[in-house]
Ligand binder design. Structure first.
Ligand SMILES: Nc1ncnc2c1ncn2[C@@H]1O[C@H](COP(=O)(O)OP(=O)(O)OP(=O)(O)O)[C@@H](O)[C@H]1O
Length: 339
């Protein structure tokens, strides 16, 4: 049984310019102790998908469809999308069972309280521990994530910590209640490479020791190659390919994935020239029913790829692709909703 089963998520933003279909039918699963990666260019809907999972979408955005069934610590299951936004149950899930590490740590800490106070408050909210026990847990966590002199850091404010330390403190906060799944949205962009590597190593250790699963949203294919078990490639609000990391690097199928892999340097691969993906991700407003990548695809088939949205098809075990090139039998369909 998977820890998390996201089915057919659609999250739209209802703007004056039109309906932005930021996530348009994404399904994704996370197994126990599995690290799942989500990749794709800026604007493909990765962050919107992650925020939807934690019910952090605010108007004009809305989750319009989908289910996210979470297997709970107590052995039960809950569809996170069926809960009221302000419900106690949702609050008990957030932070306690699924927690999120954001792009910029300053946004998840308040500047006016100390680091220790904020992590303690979060643990206090979700557990019955006594204040002294909470303090001990926070100190242990700070040490665990590699923060030196935890006693001293406990009483410091976020601005007193370096970027790397703040990131660690945020991980401590995210792990405070021993969640089963951590969603890390580009956890390392704002940091230098050495700290990036340390943080990812730390998360990997925690995954092994604390039975943690994770969803990593990243632009960095080096990170995917090294730390991720299974990958979802997103384009224009949809998953266009998903496979084990090994399968994906060995044999990328979707022309978008192939371009993406050729557009960034990868460890262990010598390339003379990196590819550039021509054009940019369109804004997902009023898009015609066709493959989202058709306007940028070097292999597009006229009359096929521009006539319908391809379905996600399993090409070999565990390797799925949404592309007519691999599904020639498929008749163009006029309605995406039927696919
Ligand atoms: N609050 C909002 N209002 C309107 N449109 C939005 C809003 N937030 C995101 N979008 C749009 O939704 C689409 C998906 O954006 P999202 O930030 O989820 O992509 P992303 O893949 O996470 O990008 P990045 O890697 O830059 O974070 C984009 O077209 C974006 O402009």
């Amino acid at each position: 049984m998977n820890l998390l089963e996201l089915q057919d998520l659609k999250t739209y933003f209802f703007t004056d310019e039109g309906v932005v279909k930021a996530v348009d039918g994404v399904s994704l699963s996370v197994g126990e102790r599995e690290i799942v990666g989500v990749i794709g260019e800026s604007g493909c809907g990765k962050s919107t998908m992650a925020h939807s999972l934690l019910r952090l979408i605010v108007p004009p955005g809305e989750v319009v469809q989908g289910s996210a069934v979470l297997s709970r610590k107590d052995g039960g299951t809950t569809d996170v999308f069926s809960l009221e936004p302000d419900s106690a149950e949702l609050r008990s899930i957030r932070g306690n069972e699924i927690s999120m590490i954001f792009q910029e740590p300053m946004t998840s800490f308040s500047p006016v309280h100390t680091i220790g106070f904020q992590i303690s408050e979060m643990i206090g909210l979700h557990t019955d521990l006594k204040p002294a026990e909470i303090r001990d847990r926070v100190l242990e966590l700070l040490a665990r994530v590699g923060i030196s002199s935890p006693e001293q850091r406990y009483d410091e404010y976020p601005h007193q910590l370096s970027g790397g330390m703040r990131q660690r403190a945020m991980i401590a906060m995210a792990l405070g209640c021993k969640p089963r799944i951590v969603v890390a949205d580009e956890p390392t962009t704002a940091l230098d490479v050495t700290i990036q590597a340390q943080i990812l190593e730390l998360l990997k250790d925690l995954q092994e020791q604390e039975e943690l699963s994770a969803i990593y949203i990243t632009h960095n294919l080096g990170v995917v190659a090294e730390y991720v078990d299974r990958v979802y490639v997103m384009y224009l609000g949809r998953v266009v390919e998903s496979a084990s990391t090994e399968q994906l690097f060995e044999k990328p199928l979707h022309p978008y994935t192939q371009k993406l892999l050729r557009s960034v340097p990868r460890p262990g691969k010598r390339v003379d020239r990196l590819d550039v993906i021509e054009g940019s991700v369109p804004t997902p407003i009023g898009l015609p029913p066709q493959c989202g990548f058709v306007s940028r695809c070097p292999s597009a088939l006229e009359g096929i790829c521009d006539g319908a949205v391809p379905a996600l098809t399993e090409v070999e075990e565990g390797h799925f692709v949404r592309c007519f090139l691999y599904d020639e039998q498929q008749e163009p369909k006029d309605d995406w909703a039927d696919v």
